[in-house]
Design a protein around this ligand. Structure first.
Ligand code: C2E
Ligand code: CA
Ligand code: CA
Ligand code: CA
Length: 372
């Protein structure tokens, strides 16, 4: 498919313009313009962007399937300043690309100088994060989960970055940057290795521990992911049924058959799957039946407003009905008040995770408190 996409792009640019494939599904196009005023250059860029949308929106036929493609397009004009190196220009285009994606995709966005700060910031984070794993700067935190009887049934593993100069950094500040590259794989390897070490140690001491770990789509899409995880479980002595992988709906959008095959393989050996932030994605409910899913996690934004917002309440009731029908567990995240907990308990069988019952805390402290 991506070859066919590349060919269509090549067709619509002029001789002398360049189309290059940058990453799995990312292309860079270098356009030259005669009239180099910013107005003329941006007009030309928008014109090409429109042609790209049109060309890609026409269906592709590959392997007997009809596939429609949309494109998010980031545009950077140059020369712009005294820092017009190729990598800098690409970085600006990439920043604009993310702005386009954040805006819902299938549209172009221009780089603006005000975006520069955040681009420079992510560049710095990426550079520092590269050594953070080797320097042992990552920390694993655990947050407990309780059933309606108040019994602790598991915990979610949440990563933190103990930065030598800037202190403890929350994942929201570096996971999105890590997800831009294979750094997220390295980070995921570390988190899962730690989680398995904890499960194995607790189990060995006769105190079974079940942990949920967030799995990034990029990590799951790695060709050898299943073999790698089986090996990790094996070598660490972790019972697979004590590990839950939290995935998001976004993972299931492309390459579905590959994803399903991998999930089935892991499910067969006992690994559990949970759909994180359920209700925030846009995929249909139909896929739930096709996947070996054990659990749905209701996003905290719904949980927090449910007692007072009828549409959030209705959404939660719907999720609970779907879960009952498909025999799935439901975890509510972000439970902060008695009122929210009571609301959930009045609507069905829900596992609670939230500040009301326990905040994420360093794994060692958590283990000392709950497991010994
Ligand atoms: P998430 O998977 O939705 O995790 C739940 C987030 O809600 C966590 O934020 C948790 O600390 C927070 N939370 C829990 N209870 C409450 C509550 O009662 N009130 C409020 N306001 N918040 C609550 P955290 O730890 O900052 O993690 C943010 C996100 O970062 C996670 O969202 C997850 O998407 C990502 N993340 C964290 N650790 C990892 C990891 O090891 N790997 C990957 N790929 N992503 C991770
Ligand atoms: Ca999660
Ligand atoms: Ca999440
Ligand atoms: Ca969430």
């Amino acid at each position: 498919l991506l070859k066919a996409v590349g060919a269509r792009l090549q067709e619509l640019v002029r001789d002398g313009d360049t189309v290059a494939r940058m990453a799995a599904d990312e292309f860079a196009i270098l356009l030259s313009v005669v009239d180099r005023t910013p107005e003329a250059a941006s007009r030309h860029a928008l014109h090409v962007a429109e042609k790209i949308q049109t060309a890609l929106n026409a269906p592709f036929q590959t392997e007997g399937e009809t596939i429609r493609v949309t494109a998010s397009i980031g545009i950077a004009l140059f020369p712009e300043g005294d820092d017009d190196t190729p990598s800098e220009i690409l970085r600006r285009a990439n920043t604009a690309l993310h702005r386009a994606k954040d805006g819902g995709g299938n549209q172009p966005a221009f780089f603006e100088a005000s975006m520069g700060d955040s681009a420079a910031e992510s560049f710095r984070i990426e550079r520092e994060l590269r050594v953070a794993v080797q320097n042992h700067e990552l920390r694993l935190y655990l947050q407990p989960q309780f059933n309606a009887l108040g019994e602790r049934v598991g915990a979610e593993a949440l990563v933190r970055w103990q930065h030598p100069a800037r202190g403890l950094i929350p994942p929201g500040a570096f996971i999105p940057v890590a997800e831009e590259s294979d750094l997220i794989v390295e980070l995921g390897v570390w988190v899962m290795t730690e989680a398995c070490r904890l499960i194995a140690a607790a189990t060995c001491a006769g105190l079974p521990l079940t942990l949920s770990v967030n799995l990034s789509p990029r990590h799951f899409r790695q060709k050898n992911f299943v073999a790698w995880l089986r090996d990790l479980l094996d070598k660490s002595g972790t019972p697979p049924s004590q590990l839950t992988l939290e995935i998001t709906e976004g993972l299931i959008i492309d390459n579905v058959s590959d994803i399903v095959a991998k999930m089935n393989e892991l499910s067969k050996i006992g690994v559990h799957f949970s759909i994180d932030d359920f209700g925030t994605g846009y995929s249909s409910l139909a896929y739930l039946k096709r996947l070996p899913i054990d659990e749905l996690k209701i996003d905290k934004t719904f949980v927090q407003d449910a007692p007072h917002d009828p549409s959030d309440a209705a959404l939660i009731e719907t999720i609970l009905a779907v879960a009952r029908h498909l025999q799935l567990k439901v975890v509510a995240e972000g439970v902060e008040t008695e009122e929210q907990a009571a609301f959930l308990n009045s609507r069905g069988e829900v596992i609670h995770q939230g500040y009301l019952f326990g905040r994420p805390e360093p794994a060692e402290d958590w283990i000392a408190r709950w497991i010994t």
